[in-house]
Design a protein around this ligand. Structure first.
Ligand code: WT7
Length: 629
């Protein structure tokens, strides 16, 4: 247990004695078999109303305070930090009291722009504890993306680090926040924690977080919340418009994250659960933070990259931390596969029981390598399909039941309560097996998103309009002759770059800022490592010898307006884009070009001028020849 004045492993110096050992002052005694609130001090409302953090912290602190909640695998190899449930509760309560001190209240929105660490987890839980709504913004997003999310959600505060550290490089988080909040009048305070020893500029509204936490009380009575109150929102891309703030609520989300974590990964008490996703994505929310903590698990926080300091990093961590379940993205597996098996075999992986894949379709080669080389053919490999909107895994094999039956690269079976259906082009349900269609879900489930922040109509339009009465996922799927599901990919203008979801319209909107480029169209193309990459077709205002220069400028614009990963790999100048008579760009044709399926262009009769197809194909061929030589 931590003592006053001692620096905690998570980097906080504690000034006041902790709550440990204090008798419970709860007025409402727990019912038989239900966890009590013990260490949280006097409580004005029954425990079951204070949903998230009580389930993620207090119930475990009561029973086993010294169980390790988080293992922070820092970027610097071999410097892992262990944080017990008691310590995490302490961090959370101090952070929560700090937020309160600066006027953050139930219902307020708070942006978290931090790399993964015990403090960033505590920041999420602290918001939940006081009933504030967190919106975590992936620390790789640009200042403009961050500002857009802050403005849309009306955040009152941002919690950030002075700098981040990833793959041996420092990332200027605070400087990016400064840039972002310049135009965000709703922001009253920026809480700045220290990840590195470097000093950063601190202005009037900036508050040194650890200093305040040291002074803060370590007891924070959780706010009473209704099961349908908002827990968090998380921005994700759609096929049109700006990213949307997907809203998840207290009880249903937490229940669903916890249940899927337990059953899909066969999580047993004492297991070390290693999900290497960042907290900036839904995977980090559900399977680094909420699911594992609700189940009293030990959850690994992975701050680094799969290739730092070398391509053995994941497996060295598996060996050192004795990870039992390893959950990662196909893009990383494809990357590591290229470095060869030696990097895996160097390390003892006997602790591994279940491997998981998430975020994008996993190709057979990557599946086999993950299964045979990493898992020694001994571990169950679960390909898990879900979305930011679904809150948790919806389609996946269940390791406890059917290891022998799992078909490579198949998401397999719906989770409890999920009713998938496939739809044909006329909006009719497709019955039977060995069929493909648009993947919909026929009835609600606890973890489903409740709305889009500030725009419920957009929520209805995006998910419930295409197939009335059904939730439309945006994905296509195949149902095998045995009734198992395989996800075939997005059916809309959303692409998936290294497991990161992006609307092609967002890239187009960013590029539209260039004065020399009146028109653009972006489509996804298959990329060996990233799964998909962005391919941009652009029209220039006038012919110029500076096309290469303009392309570089476009790349810079996209990086600064969205994020580095959104930058198109290819930019091809064309004279005009394929448009219908009503002026709509036919991206479908461009997709055929970049996936080299031009022999099967489909129906082109609605094109304004069908000769544009040959024009673009010729330009593409020339571009390919030039770039392969
Ligand atoms: C989209 C959702 C799921 C959390 C991380 C991404 C694609 C996700 C799989 C999978 C094939 C998958 C879908 C989905 N996707 N998992 N196992 N097989 N495709 O969440 O950013 O909301 O993206 O990712 O296209 O719609 P997200």
């Amino acid at each position: 247990m931590l003592e006053a004045g001692r620096k905690s492993e998570a980097g906080i110096t504690l000034a006041k004695p902790l709550a440990g050992g204090r008798p419970s002052t709860c007025g409402d005694r727990p019912r038989d078999g239900m966890p009590s609130l013990g260490s949280a001090g006097g409580c004005p409302a029954p425990w079951w109303l204070r949903i998230s953090t009580v389930n993620c912290l207090d119930q475990h602190v009561e029973k086993s305070p010294n169980r390790v909640a988080l293992i922070w695998e820092r970027d610097e190899p071999g410097t892992a930090v262990h944080v017990t449930y008691r310590e995490l509760q302490d961090l959370t309560c101090r952070l929560a009291n700090t937020l309160k001190k600066y006027g953050i209240q139930k219902g307020d929105r708070v942006a978290i722009y931090m790399s993964v660490s015990p403090l960033s987890v505590a920041a999420m839980l602290a918001c939940a504890r006081i009933g504030a709504v967190h919106t975590v913004v992936f620390a790789g997003f640009s200042a403009e993306s961050l500002a857009g999310r802050i403005m849309d959600s009306g955040c009152k505060a941002v919690i950030t680090y002075n700098q981040g550290v990833r793959g041996g490089r420092t990332i200027e988080l605070k400087a990016t926040v400064d840039e972002a909040v310049k135009n965000c009048p709703s922001i009253k305070h920026v809480f700045v924690a220290q990840r590195t020893d470097n000093k950063v500029h601190m202005g009037d509204r900036d508050i040194p977080l650890e200093e305040e936490m040291t002074k803060a009380d370590s007891i924070c009575i959780p706010e009473s919340m209704d099961s349908e109150d908002v827990l968090f929102m998380l921005y994700t891309s759609g096929s049109t418009g700006k990213p949307k703030g997907i809203v998840h609520t207290q009880a249903g989300y937490l229940l669903y994250a916890a249940l899927t974590h337990k059953y899909v990964f066969d999580y047993q008490q004492g297991d070390v659960f290693g999900c290497v996703a960042d907290i900036g994505w839904i995977t980090g929310h559900s399977y680094v933070v909420y699911g594992p903590l609700c189940n009293g698990a030990t959850s690994v926080l992975f701050e680094s990259t799969p290739v730092y300091p070398d391509p053995g990093r994941y497996w060295e961590v598996v060996q050192r931390l004795k990870i039992n379940q390893f959950y990662g993205a196909p893009t990383a597996i494809r990357l590591l596969l290229n470095y060869g098996e030696e990097w895996v075999k160097k390390y003892d992986r006997s602790s591994l029981k279940v491997l998981g894949s998430v975020g994008e379709p996993i190709n057979k080669e990557a599946w086999q390598w993950f299964y045979e080389v990493v898992g020694e053919g001994r571990c169950t490999l679960v390909d898990t399909w879900w979305q930011t909107e679904t809150g948790g895994i919806c389609i996946a094999p269940r390791p406890s039941e059917e290891k022998a039956e799992i078909v490579p690269a198949m998401a397999m079976r719906p989770f409890f309560g999920i009713v998938p259906v496939l739809m044909d082009e006329n909006g009719e349900v497709i019955e039977g097996n060995d069929v493909s269609g648009a993947l919909c879900i026929a009835q609600p489930w606890p973890g489903m998103a409740r709305t889009i922040h500030g725009d419920h109509q957009r929520f209805i339009d995006a998910y419930f309009k295409a197939y009335p009465g059904y939730y439309f996922t945006g994905d296509g799927a195949y149902r095998s002759h045995k009734g198992y599901y395989q996800i075939t990919g997005r059916m809309d203008d959303v692409i998936n770059i290294s497991g990161h979801r992006l609307g092609t319209a967002e890239i187009e909107d960013a590029m539209a800022d260039h004065p020399e480029v009146p028109e653009t169209a972006v489509v996804g193309y298959p990329h060996k490592i990233k799964g998909e990459g962005a391919f941009a077709f652009i029209v220039l205002r006038e012919e110029t010898a500076h096309a290469d220069h303009i392309k570089e400028e476009l790349k810079t614009i996209v990086a600064s307006k969205i994020a580095k990963y959104a930058v198109p790999d290819h930019i091809l100048v064309v004279k005009r884009l394929p448009k219908t008579r009503s002026g709509k760009i036919m991206r479908r044709l461009l997709r055929k070009v970049v996936t080299e399926q031009s022999s099967n262009m489909g129906d082109v009769t609605t094109l304004d001028d069908p000769s544009v197809v040959k024009e673009i194909l010729d330009a593409y061929q020339k571009y390919k020849e030039k770039n392969s030589s």
